[in-house]
Design a protein around this ligand. Sequence first.
Ligand code: HEC
Ligand code: HEC
Length: 250
Amino acid sequence: MHVRALTILIPVIALGCAGEPSESGAPRSATDQVVIEFQAPVLQLTEIQESGKQLYDVFCWTCHGSTGRGDGPLATGKTILAPPNFMEGRYPGMSATDFEARFDEVDPARRLPGHMRYVRSVIRPDKFREVLSYIPALIYPSGIPGSALSGSAIYATRCRLCHGQTGRGDGEVGVTLESVRPADFTSDTLLAQQNWEGLFMKIRGGGEGPHTAMPHFGQLFSEAELWDLVAYISMFHPGLFPTLADVTSG
Ligand code: HEC
Ligand code: HEC
């Protein structure tokens, strides 16, 4: 599950308003609390996409790669035509219906592209539609050559403890850092500017100056994984992209 709400309780006294009269006119006590709800990015697959993912992860990934980049183990030189990178060209922004239309365009009398006839012939039609509905979810959000879904798994194990579940830089370890606190992605300038290249460089190169704990991830992760992370952290800035559900329901 990727849906988690975090409730943060800020004692009123910490905001410097202790003792100010409340609306009712009575003085607030130091134990009054303001409740602010922060929401972690929602990357929830529909049941259909979940079902499609199962098929994708046992069959399609061998050529198309686990993140749809066309870099699966069977793709290297073994097929006549290379599988496309779904994060480039015409594919970003395509819905399940658009993908299905591509398969419908194939003239069965023509020998090529054989792949499309082959794939369709080995999968039950209802399952075929399901697996096609997973591809837009996999390459979401379009506009960044990375997979937010894939990045979310890396974030959970490698970034969350510093940057926090809700991206505010308030993870269990983040709040204990001495000199430089982790970036707050909900108000981050690079994110607001949609400077994806800049974020990529930051994650690859690590923090600046001698007093930062932000690790250099360039040697730990592949370029593809770094882009997956950029795609995921883009989710922390509200409103940059339509939701996963909106994008893939078409
Ligand atoms: C044996 C390797 C292989 C497997 C397995 C495979 N594909 Fe492909 N796929 C290709 C190749 C090669 C192409 C590009 C050539 C072509 O379009 O025929 C392609 C192209 C595609 C395209 C793009 C069509 C377009 O619009 O250009 C889609 C969508 C697709 N595959 C979906 C799937 C799905 C879904 C599965 C799993 C159910 C799957 N493929 C399994 C090799 C594979
Ligand atoms: C040990 C704590 C720690 C971990 C783990 C960590 N970070 Fe950071 N991060 C920081 C700190 C501290 C900063 C503050 C800025 C600086 O040092 O440049 C930062 C800054 C950043 C920035 C720069 C934002 C900006 O606009 O300048 C990005 C992007 C970032 N982190 C992404 C990540 C990603 C992605 C991961 C996981 C792969 C991660 N961080 C893991 C501590 C951490």
